[in-house]
Design a protein around this ligand. Sequence first.
Ligand SMILES: *[C@@H]1O[C@H](CO)[C@@H](O)[C@H](O)[C@H]1NC(C)=O
Ligand SMILES: *[C@@H]1O[C@H](CO)[C@@H](O)[C@H](O)[C@H]1NC(C)=O
Length: 379
Amino acid sequence: MAETQPSSRALLLLLACTLFQQLYASNTKIGVNYGTMADELPPPSTVATFLKSKTTIDRIKIFDANHDILRAFAGTAISVTVTVENAHIPSLATIPGAQAWLSKNILPFLPKTVVTRISVGNEVLESNNKTLIANILPAMESLHKALSLANHTTVQVSTPHSLKILDPLEPPSAASFRRGHDKAIFAPMLDFHRRTKSPFMVNPYPFFGITSTDLDTVNYALFKPNNGVRDKVTSMKYTNMFDAQMDAVFSAMKKLGYEDVELVVAETGWPSVGEQHEGGVSFENAETYNGNLIKHINSGKGTPLMPGRTFETFIFSLFNENLKPTVSERNYGLFYPDLTPVYNVGVFIAKEASVPRFGFGFGPTSGPTSGPTRQRDSL
Ligand SMILES: *[C@@H]1O[C@H](CO)[C@@H](O)[C@H](O)[C@H]1NC(C)=O
Ligand SMILES: *[C@@H]1O[C@H](CO)[C@@H](O)[C@H](O)[C@H]1NC(C)=O
């Protein structure tokens, strides 16, 4: 008796946990980047109503401080990450400068619009602009101070980085920040994040990591069954490239002593249409990547080096944007401008899932046919 009781309790607990996980599996922590480089998008109020009433998307990230969008999301409870455009960064490097930007772009919309985070620039390191790079942390510090002075201490300040900040990138355990940027830029920035309890934001794109279009590599990038890649240093086996990219960021942070800082996936995605020479581009692959990504994030499994950690994730992008320069850049959207899905990755509120225009339908009620769980079992 003394032996059976604890084990049946454990079984109950396990059942309860599984149930809990399933209840919350469909809609935790998934957001979208709401880019607007297009001339055919619906008005922001239509977008806000659509996201609120039809989808499980509960957070958006915008690439500027568009007042129409900020106004449109008032009262929706959808949280918004607002971006200071790169060109404005130097003017925010002083507290009065940051206060002026805040007064104009954020304060008028609080608290009805739930601004949870301000992103100071976007992939600034990649601009190679010394003025911008020198001013990024001062602008983050000033903005944080200005928010405190205005008593908005819950609004986080961060900035998203492309994975080009890492060199080497592989194997994951050997990754570090580029020399010259590690101690000078990232150590003080990560210290800011630790002090202010704000996340380090990164833009991992397995799509850009496929150096060859052989099936196994593409499957590795798409979270589909594949041979996996072993990190020779840790001998850990990676079953998907997303985990490898996130663990590379983690390793770089750890080398500087900041592995405790939270990570947010500010952008990730996959184009559904591209140029002939771009390998791996298809509706099916875009649907598979984004659908499996959502399932992977929501599984709560984390990565080999970060077991059990989940990452707030923003898919790029909400819409296909017709004014972007290249074919593939114009085709990252989950939705067409008329709000019909390009494919269905399972972001519709259950029972209202509409028939996808393409593919298998990863709707929340349709059940997974492939994904991280099955893939892990098969390896
Ligand atoms: C760097 O960015 C600043 C601010 O946007 C801009 O005024 C300047 O021209 C840029 N410098 C270079 C070399 O592009
Ligand atoms: C912030 O809060 C403090 C303490 O409650 C108050 O004295 C101050 O006036 C507030 N500042 C603003 C800008 O609301």
